[in-house]
Design a protein around this ligand. Sequence first.
Ligand SMILES: Cc1ncc(C[n+]2csc(CCOP(=O)(O)OP(=O)(O)O)c2C)c(N)n1
Ligand SMILES: [Mg+2]
Length: 372
Amino acid sequence: MPSNTKAPRASTRRTAATPPRGGALEDQQLLGFYRQMVLIRRFEERAARAYTEAKVGGYCHLNLGEEATVAGLMSAVQPDDYVFTNYREHGYAIARGIAPARVMAELYGRSDGVSRGWGGSMHMFDIASRFMGGYGIVGGQVPLATGAALAIDYRNGSEAVVCLMGDGTTNIGAFHESLNIAALWGLPIVYAVVNNGLGMGTTVEQSSAEPELHKRAASYRMASARVDGNDPVAVHAAAQVALASARKGKPYLLETVSGRLKGHSVVDPARYRSREEAEALKASDPVAAYAARLHEQGSLTDELIAQIDADAVGTVAAAVEFADASPFPDVSTLFDYTYATPVPNDSRRLPGDALFPASPRPAADAHAEVSA
Ligand SMILES: Cc1ncc(C[n+]2csc(CCOP(=O)(O)OP(=O)(O)O)c2C)c(N)n1
Ligand SMILES: [Mg+2]
């Protein structure tokens, strides 16, 4: 841990791997956002179906309604940056460049999955793309991501960390501890709060005394901003600003505001939501809104919309086929990588296995004698 004898962190020591681009985005990049949003939409819809077909076990949380946020944020992250997420992660994994087939195979619990089938929906991890998981404990990723930023800082690296979380996570103690230490030590990290309006069935207004979550950064003298999470272009620009700040040793809190189109997880019918709220959400669907916008400005035609959709459906169908054909991991590998290093005296015992070799059973009449 750094002591107060360590030299103060200079705000200019770090330069961006790629300097933030200024000005308007190229048509191709605008279309690239759309392609990615449609792919995530189709992937998540298919994942929900696979769940009802009992192909996917455990928990499963979807990015439906957050597609613009995913595309905007992830397009600003550089290849050598590190990304930490919560359990609502499929879209981020795909946008990080992990093949949709490997993401689907992970949902299916198969050995060709991102985490070799050992993690499932909530625990994807891919060191090659610096995708650092995938955490089911609300806020669990926040101190870990802060620690990664500290490691970068120690090595005087140029990378940054993006730590994604939901709105509900800003009420977890570790969130505040992490922001405090990151600001104090000038760590290269962006805390990206994906405000989808709900933590399970509880609204932000019901749970947060300050519902404008980006303002929480003020407690730690941290720069922050709030951006329309349904607009991938706005999110991309805001994320570039945030990352440039983080690379200079000024951590940043970026709040994106969008909506969660379905329940908390695939098994939640979201009965706490009124019909009017559901209708309003549908009307602000980021995929449809962005398509209309690109169409209006002439970057997208009806034919291209149909083509992009068909491509996405095809990619997802191929992902399902790949996942279905992949074998389940062998049971003997169940505890592999549970710890970073081997645990002394680890017997590799599976739950239900006897601790010691079974002793010979007493004869029936001997038993009767004992109990008499
Ligand atoms: C420490 C902890 N408390 C409670 C839960 C149960 N839980 C799972 S998700 C969730 C809501 C989190 O909401 P938010 O941070 O807004 O993320 P979102 O699901 O909206 O992406 C809760 C309370 C948990 N997993 N971990
Ligand atoms: Mg939420």
